[in-house]
Design a protein around this ligand. Sequence first.
Ligand SMILES: [Fe+2]
Ligand SMILES: [Fe+2]
Length: 133
Amino acid sequence: MPLLGWKTEYSVMDAELDHHHQRLFHLLNAAYENVMNSAELDCIFQIIDELSDYTRYHFSTEEQHMREKCFQEIDDHVAKHREFAHSIEVLRSRTHDNDLDVAKELIVLLGEWLLGHVLKDDRKYAELSNGTG
Ligand SMILES: [Fe+2]
Ligand SMILES: [Fe+2]
């Protein structure tokens, strides 16, 4: 049972970015399943590595799409991306800490990010595509 599933109402009206967001939801659920099945907890840093690479790729694509559409709040948005990327790197550097603690923090960090950023800040970009924003 996934912790948080992507829904069509979360769409930003951009198929490529929706696909990226679905991948981020998948990584959250993978981390959650990792914690639920503690025998596999050693995979958590693999998930953090993948999240780090994938967010970098996603952010650069999303920022490019936003620039192409002249998204007004781009500077503020880029700053939020940098802040999140930094938090992931901090978590990634904690290889000597307890894996379960790191896994729990990852779930909270990524879960809050998906609910607070993808479903709110990224949706402002969807309003542009809708012609209502
Ligand atoms: Fe995004
Ligand atoms: Fe974003």
